[in-house]
Design a protein around this ligand. Sequence first.
Ligand SMILES: *Cc1c(COP(=O)(O)O)cnc(C)c1O
Length: 427
Amino acid sequence: MTGTTDLAEAVCADDGRLEGVDLRVLAQRLGTPLHVYSAPAIGARIRALQTALRGQDALICYAVKANSNLAVLGLMADAGLGADIVSAGELQRSLRAGIPAGRIVFSGVAKSADEIGDALAAGIGRFNVESKDELRLLQDVAAARGAVARASVRVNPDVDALTHAKISTGKSENKFGVGIDEAREWFADSTRLTHVRLDGLHVHIGSQMLCLDPIQLALQRVAALWRELTSSGYAINSIDVGGGLGVRYRDGQDQPVSVQDYAEVIRKTLDGFGGRILLEPGRWLVAEAGFLLTRVLRIKQGRQRRFLVVDAAMTELVRPSLYDAWHEIVPILRRPLPPQIYDVVGPVCESSDTFAVDRQLPPCEPGDLLMIKTTGAYGAAMASNYNSRPLAVEVLLERGRYAVVRRRQTLEEMIAGEQPARNWECA
Ligand SMILES: *Cc1c(COP(=O)(O)O)cnc(C)c1O
């Protein structure tokens, strides 16, 4: 894939260095668990996608939920990207990071009146509307503010994204979007919308897609709707093709699609479209640029299994527990000894706090540093304080230097807002 750095190779070749930064020194100074992100790797992905889209009127709206660290959002802002948000919190993060409101699109099935009000006040570019009820609410909130909201209907094209069921969103049984028939009705009724300008279509069928066929099928259905609506006299100014491009979690198994082929599918299926195309990639931009560093606490030989107990947990990376996701695990120091079979587990009191089962690794010892790969997306963003574990440090790397972009949470920060039940009130 053009413009992408193979970070795994960089790490192996350079003896525990990533972007020229010694990961052992980093772990020593900042402690573990520790998330690191390569700024050049994220930049390379952004440029590769921008290059592939050259010649199309396209705006990349980064899906903030994949990694919402302000410094990561800052990289997106600097590169001219917009944001795809799903909450008022993501709105505020995006604005603080310097993403212009006009480049922000608001998706999600459960936008509240307050969130819609905040987004209108900020002047965001567009709402991706997911239900008739939400469309009415958008109209009401916009009317009350004397504003006009630009809106797209999120179409559920009933396409199987051929990915994990928990990250599939475009089948008719999923909670997202509305069927094509209902979308048609919205436009037929749209003259009644005094404060909503319904002039766009949106589709997002799932995540971690490693095949273009479902994307193409979904876009074909959306394109057919666009053509039909246009010939019926409705103006369609925006088509949002969603996100969902998959990444390589497992070498030799996951084959990501080429970004050129992806851009070509968009170009072909939307051929003749004169409006603006929006894209909402999340994972593809950041996943492979992120690594979770963790230290081996001990090796526990069970009756049946050998456990490598590490100091990272499902609280820093929940994907293995949530989706049985595979993440490559690499010891920084590789002893030239025959490999061992381990279950790699964290400290949290859940059996699902397991990063890998029956994983073959070079023999490890307590104190060894391990790198869990491809954790830049849906890693820190899905963190929790379960078991009262503080949120981990996050660090951005570039050209031999690093910047802490989130310091480790302190106990005081973790319990801030909690208090004894002293001030009882009646309701
Ligand atoms: C999650 C999501 C995305 C991003 O998905 P990725 O698989 O991370 O690219 C884009 N759009 C919407 C509406 C989403 O919910």
